[in-house]
Design a protein around this ligand. Structure first.
Ligand code: ADP
Ligand code: MG
Length: 362
């Protein structure tokens, strides 16, 4: 029997700096203690045989963009992007196990793609640098799956250190990363993810629309990346939608810088305030929130959270709340009751802690 390679790749939460990665800004994600495990071994033919969640799919290892549908595209895309980067990939069996909800804003997609990239590279005898692996995983998602994501998720799930958030400056290529201590437990605080379990179908179309709007604003302002726009940029734009999008990017960039300083100083209350300002900006200016996310944030703040905001792309998914440990259970119960009163699906509330990035299990 041929050798089995196994990687565990976590999901991630973005503390602040939302929708800034593809705008050349600063993001501050951390890997969480849940994720995707990929086990793989070589096959003698040139097929990828995939198992996940009771489903089995087979695709040719040389499949091209547009030829694979559904979740298998994330794995076939990993094989395609590895090959595009000049690394050998042969046929393989891959078994995927996960305790990460999909579409909840915890980046199950990056965990899956990165898990596939790392195991397929190992089977092909390639020892990948993690920044290179992130670039390959991003290419798989943008050019094979067809979602124009930035590189935050891949870097977060590959490079995070336990007890730290990963500050990423997306201006340079490749983005520059540094570890920022983030240990809320030591301050008697918990970070809780509230998965609203709503997934709005417009998410990917709206995401593509935001990217186009940011590009239009860049063109009008004559800048390469919107996060680099000067503060008076909003006065120079005429289209009210572009004004709002640009205002979010500029103010979120300021908040992300402030959050890094707040973490360094242990200024948790200030950090909480920035989380809520970020939520308001995403809701009113970037317009990627939805009633369920707004409700979860509002109830969390009423029940003890120092701050809360939607995290991830938006239009459903999850909220991150910073809450004193002794108030976490009461906050979770209150959110559940508020959702029940409105006949919304019961949200799932779970603590997360800053955890290590991808680990080779065997
Ligand atoms: P998020 O990354 O926030 O979880 P996405 O929409 O970007 O949301 O990615 C979710 C998609 O990733 C799923 O619809 C599915 O296609 C794929 N995916 C993630 N985890 C798995 C898994 N364990 N098995 C199969 N597909 C998965
Ligand atoms: Mg994703």
């Amino acid at each position: 029997m041929s050798q089995i390679k196994q990687w565990f790749v976590p999901g991630r939460v973005n503390l602040i700096g939302e929708h800034l990665d593809y705008n050349g800004g600063i993001t501050l994600p951390f890997a969480i203690d849940r994720g995707v495990t990929v086990k793989a071994r070589r096959r003698d033919d040139d097929r990828l045989a995939l198992w996940s969640d009771g489903e089995h799919v087979q695709v040719p290892v040389a499949a091209q963009p547009g030829e694979v549908e559904g979740w298998a595209a994330y794995v076939a895309g990993a094989a395609w992007a590895l090959r595009a980067a000049g690394h050998p990939v042969g046929g393989a069996d891959l078994v995927i196990e996960s305790n990460l909800p999909q579409g909840a804003g915890l980046s199950s997609s990056a965990a899956l793609v990165c898990g596939a990239v790392l195991t397929l590279a190992d089977l092909g005898g390639t020892d990948l640098d993690r920044h290179d692996a992130a670039a390959i995983a991003q290419l798989a998602e943008t050019d094979f799956v067809g979602v124009p994501v930035g590189r935050m998720d891949q870097l977060a799930v590959l490079l995070s250190q336990p007890g730290h958030a990963l500050a990423i400056d997306h201006r340079p290529d490749p983005p520059a990363t540094s570890d920022v201590p983030c240990d809320p437990a030591a301050a008697g605080l918990a970070l809780a993810v509230i998965d609203t379990r709503t997934r709005h179908a417009l998410a990917s179309g709206e995401f593509t629309a935001r990217r186009a709007e940011c590009q239009a604003a860049c063109d009008e302002l004559g800048v390469e990346q919107l996060a680099a726009a000067p503060v008076d940029a909003v006065l120079r734009l005429t289209d009210p939608t572009l004004v709002k999008r640009t205002r979010h990017v500029i103010t979120e960039q300021t908040r992300a810088r402030g959050a890094i300083r707040a973490l360094g100083a242990g200024a948790w209350t200030q950090l909480g305030g920035m989380l809520f300002s970020s939520h308001e900006s995403l809701r009113d200016d970037y317009e990627v929130s939805c009633p369920e996310l707004d409700l979860a944030v509002e109830v969390a703040l009423e029940h003890g959270a120092l701050g809360a905001r939607m995290t991830g792309g938006g239009f459903g998914g999850g909220v991150i709340a910073l809450v004193p440990v002794e108030r976490a259970a009461g906050m979770a119960a209150a959110v559940g009751e508020a959702f029940a009163r409105r006949d919304l699906p019961a949200p799932v509330v779970a603590p997360v802690r800053p955890s290590p990035g991808a680990t080779l299990v065997r």
